[in-house]
Design a protein around this ligand. Structure first.
Ligand SMILES: NC(=O)c1ccc[n+]([C@@H]2O[C@H](COP(=O)([O-])OP(=O)(O)OC[C@H]3O[C@@H](n4cnc5c(N)ncnc54)[C@H](OP(=O)(O)O)[C@@H]3O)[C@@H](O)[C@H]2O)c1
Length: 179
């Protein structure tokens, strides 16, 4: 399974504006690009914080054509919210999630945040690609892409720079060891 991290970040590396939930601060160009890009994945993974923040949007778009995996230390808290083949809650480590999706025949997994999910995948050797939308914003305060809980030292190879609009860049990187 190919595993691709997708995030919108500010110039100072924030994935949230201050303590606010949601990504209302991202550009219309990113919103459009993000939607188009997601159609190319048959599985999505995100943390429970992102699920809670985007719950109605996520639940409104559930389909068995695209499996959603939510990372939580307490799957029991979401009992009754699962939908077979479309939405599940797990406390497995990312390696087990990837193995399970691969065994079930999934081919492209999008890692959609927030910082717990990003950090877990960035710290693993599982990622193939990182796709960032760099928004021309500076927040000073906010949740950082990989948080500040553990040290990570990854060197990536830039493979694409695209202007999504006048001031917003799409940056695509391959992870080390990835073809
Ligand atoms: N800019 C972007 O591209 C982007 C993308 C996605 C999200 N966001 C924003 O980011 C915010 C949500 O991010 P978030 O910080 O809440 O991160 P998150 O990764 O969405 O979820 C964090 C939660 O994951 C759960 N979790 C699962 N496994 C864990 C583990 N091993 N250790 C610790 N916690 C674990 C914890 O809740 P449990 O109690 O359930 O275990 C934790 O609170 C939202 O505001 C969202 O809108 C931005």
């Amino acid at each position: 399974v190919e595993i691709i991290l997708i995030a919108a970040i500010s110039l100072d590396g924030c994935i949230t504006r201050h303590g606010e939930h949601g990504t209302a601060w991202t550009s219309a160009a990113d919103e459009e690009h993000f939607r188009r890009q997601l159609a190319g994945f048959d599985a999505h993974v995100f943390g429970s914080g992102t699920y809670d923040a985007e719950r109605s949007r996520i639940r409104g778009a559930l389909t068995t054509a695209r499996r959603r995996v939510v990372m939580t230390r307490s799957p029991a808290r979401y009992a009754g919210e699962e939908l077979a083949g479309a939405l599940e809650f797990t406390d497995e480590p990312v390696e087990a999630i990837a193995d399970r999706l691969r065994a079930d025949g999934h081919r492209r997994l999008a890692v959609l945040g927030g910082n717990v999910a990003y950090r877990a995948f960035l710290a693993s050797r599982l990622l193939d690609e990182v796709v960032l939308t760099l928004e021309p914003r500076v927040f000073g305060m906010g949740t950082r892409l990989a948080g500040d809980a553990i040290a990570i030292d990854a060197s990536l190879r830039l493979t694409e720079v695209t202007h999504l609009d006048e001031s917003t860049l799409l940056l695509r990187y391959r992870m080390p060891g990835s073809a």
